[in-house]
Design a protein around this ligand. Sequence first.
Ligand code: PLP
Length: 385
Amino acid sequence: MKRAYLDNAATTPVRSEVIKVMGNTLRYSFGNPSSTQHSYGREARSIIEESRIRIAKNIKAYPSEIIFTSCGTEANNIILRSAVIDLKVQCILTSPLEHYSVLQTVSDLSYRYKVLVEFIKIEDKGIIDLNHLEMVLKKNFTKRRILVSLMYANNEIGNLLEIDKVGILCKKYNTYFHSDTIQIIGNYPINMKKSPLDFATASAHKFYGPKGIGFVFIREKFVKKIKPLITGGNQEYGIRSGTENVYGIVGLSKALHLACCNLTNHMEKILNLKLYCISELKKTIPNIVFNGLSDTPDKSVPTILNIFYPKKDHLLYFHLDLMGVSISNGSSCNSIGFKNISHVIKSIDNKNLLKDMTPIRISFGFFNNKKDVDLLIKAFNKIKN
Ligand code: PLP
């Protein structure tokens, strides 16, 4: 059976070039990177440091600003927890549309450290209300040290944050700025030299690399202020202990390099596919609703399209899968139970459409083509009839 994988925001297939370099590293470069007394260890160390340099180049950061982690979830945890423990943040401003690695961490920080968490209001279509953000900043900035944590691209509806405007506000109110950039890095241009961010996060499996490896970007002036949450061997500039995942790091670096070298072409190809999908969906499902800004090209990432299918059907994803189409209801963390409805869709559904409709996230990647969209449309036609 022909299959179409349209769940690239959950994870992407690993590129063959990445698998090759990882395999070679596993096979031949098995030294412990801390065993610098001998050549095996030094070789592993140099693989890590060359990878760090290459990653930094691709996002225009300094190598010392890149700290490897076991995944994107850990990366967001490190930033949020260190901001409270080491930078003495007492107030976190975030939104209800964040990934659970942010939402559950801020909730834990509020419980453990009595950190004040304020949720910024959401306007129509899931847009962050910047007037409300400024109001909350104004209210708190003289009383508490603040961290703003707002994701750059939403993983369910694809909305892009107006990052420069948020950056201006953070500067005005002398606030730290963290963004979960996990759907951005490797899929959308980012330049850390010009970016207003103090902290950002990445995960290799979102850009055709392996699972189980990510990194945090920590702006240079803060690197020495962050103490490890995982203590032990003082790896990663003393910020994250534990023998490094050398083959994961090399895989991440290779995947990011391949993604960034051809980013303009990749984005154009993926955007054209999304536009084709939008026009075919409109023909097939006349009363279709697009969620968030996912159908507005310059306000969302090309990779993500989120729709309401005009029928309530918890098993829709399952039926589509049986017809060869892999899509999801949104965040992969939500899809363990079919009946779980995404917190993002719930937060933006001000017309109460959820009771009659089923949300679907279609997410495109470099390996997709029009035939995948055609298969999806064919499947919808079958379901309709
Ligand atoms: N943040 C966002 C926006 C994501 O899309 C994901 C992955 O689903 C994560 C965080 C978590 O990343 P990881 O799967 O590497 O833990």
